[in-house]
Design a protein around this ligand. Structure first.
Ligand code: DHB
Ligand code: MG
Length: 224
């Protein structure tokens, strides 16, 4: 018997109620996602906390994020790195970045976050050219066709031991179709193939169900 999406949502609500309290700032960041150019694309609360916990486990104090939107995951990441940490978050749209900056202010973490506006690949290449100090944790959650380019940039901006997480790798199951005409599917398939053939990288992928439907993450550890 397969559970329904409603069941997945109920279980997520129970887990979140039990284990993942959100303060006003997180609630507002999540709800203001509706005013961005990609409503409701932010991670679920229990996923945001997973990102924060991975940062804690990895001892991350420098985080790079591809795709800010309203800054919901950014707030989780910025709190995880602590007062002395830094988060750099890359966002295409000034409209979204303005919403994110307000949410970061409200969350009390604006002073430790830089939201860089413009195509994320351009911003990332500028960080590389400027010799940015390596990041300990990278969250790739922007336009999916660019995943392979974002991973290449992430590898130029990390060190052995860094952790990289890529969101939305299931594409409603279409990820298994090598002939998919969907360039988002191909962006996921190509980045997974790139990861698999890169001897520096140890990786797995997990399917998730819950308030965000059926989706999943790839989790990568840069060993060398
Ligand atoms: C999409 C992108 C996301 O980052 C997400 O979390 C959900 C959906 C999308 O491109 O449809
Ligand atoms: Mg996403």
């Amino acid at each position: 018997m397969y559970a329904s999406e409603e069941d997945w949502r109920e279980v997520d609500a129970y887990f979140v109620d039990t284990l993942v309290p959100e303060d006003e700032a997180l609630i507002e960041a999540r709800e203001s996602g509706r005013r961005t150019t990609m409503p409701q694309a932010e991670v679920a609360p229990n996923q945001g906390k997973l990102l924060a916990m991975l940062c804690h486990i990895a001892g991350a104090t420098r985080v790079l994020e591809f795709g800010t939107l309203a800054g919901y995951s950014t707030v989780w990441l910025a709190r995880a790195v602590g007062e002395k940490g830094r988060v750099t978050s890359l966002e295409l749209e000034e409209h979204n970045a303005a919403i994110a900056r307000m949410n970061l202010e409200r969350a009390g973490v604006a002073d430790r976050v830089d939201v860089l506006v413009g195509p994320a690949a351009d911003s990332a290449h500028r960080l590389i050219e400027d010799g940015a100090e390596p990041y300990d944790f990278v969250f790739i959650d922007a336009d999916k066709p660019s995943n392979p380019e974002y991973l290449r940039a992430a590898l130029a901006l990390t060190h052995p031991g860094s952790v990289i997480v890529i969101d939305n790798v299931v594409r409603n199951g279409a990820v298994t179709d090598p002939d998919s005409p969907d360039d988002r599917v191909q962006g996921v398939r190509t980045v997974l193939a790139d990861i698999a053939q890169d001897a520096r990288l140890e990786a797995t992928a997990l399917q998730t169900v819950g308030s965000k439907g059926w989706d999943g993450f790839t989790i990568i550890r840069r060993a060398h």
